[in-house]
Design a protein around this ligand. Sequence first.
Ligand code: GLV
Ligand code: MG
Length: 316
Amino acid sequence: MSHTLYTASVNRVQRCELAVPGSNPDFFEKALKSGVDFVFLDLEDAVAPDDKLRARKNVIEAINDIDWHGHGITVSVRINGLDTQYMVRDVVDLVEQCGAKLDTILIPKVGVYSDVYMVEAMLNQLEMQQGLKNKIGIEALIETALGMANVEDIARQGACGRLEALHFGVADFAASNRARTTNIGGLNPNYPGDQWHAAISRMTVACRAYGLRPIDGPFGDFKDPEGFKAAAKRAAALGCEGKWAIHPGQIELANEVFTPPPAEVEKAKRILQALQEAAAQGKGAAALDGRLIDAASERMAKNIVTAAEAIAAKSA
Ligand code: GLV
Ligand code: MG
């Protein structure tokens, strides 16, 4: 192991993150009872320009009045982009009016680390001004060619501050790259494989290098549970910890994919046990079910057991 080690500063269970438009308060109560780990109340792309100010008010009211934490839900707000006239007031009003109950801010279309820095600096000042005891985290959407080109730098510098997670925003990423599709997160039959693989993999590596959570973004076809699950499984196989739901029907699917199944946990525990027994005999490696296991197997198995324990603790 390198002597340089970046570990997660905040751990949160984030198997699924439900996107809830700030302009639709009718959805807030449904989100509360949905069984999701994380919600983001949206001020950005799901809200029309004429609704921006009303949505901001709705979101502040929802954070103050609804018991998200009591329902085991981490609450985030997706603010408007740094290139809009809304973003500064989004951050100021949120922290001044509901900062004590806000867990994270999700910044869309982050292109360079300075985008994160600006929000970080604002949060530092506003939290001091409000005398807040909690520290609001930052999450960033990697969804532009520029953001992906700078993803390692964003992760490395952001990890020294409040940045906790990066999300892959497949729709804007497709637009930014002029990928030939209008389908959010689905596979393009003209591409022999998964056209999002390289991008998700790159973002995931940047996250894991610097102690951040990698989260996969939306899948637009909410009538295609199999397509959603397949996309979630591909993201999980690469190391993502969770995926967005843009419809409540996708929550259970994501929870299922990102919860290690009992057989996997059992196998991981058997690996740990077998290696302990091998160590007692002075051996570093062993055979289990006809396969070699060694110290790297132990690290993989521990990841599974730790994830399962965190999920179990949250559900308890
Ligand atoms: C999410 O914001 C996306 O663009 O996919
Ligand atoms: Mg987007």
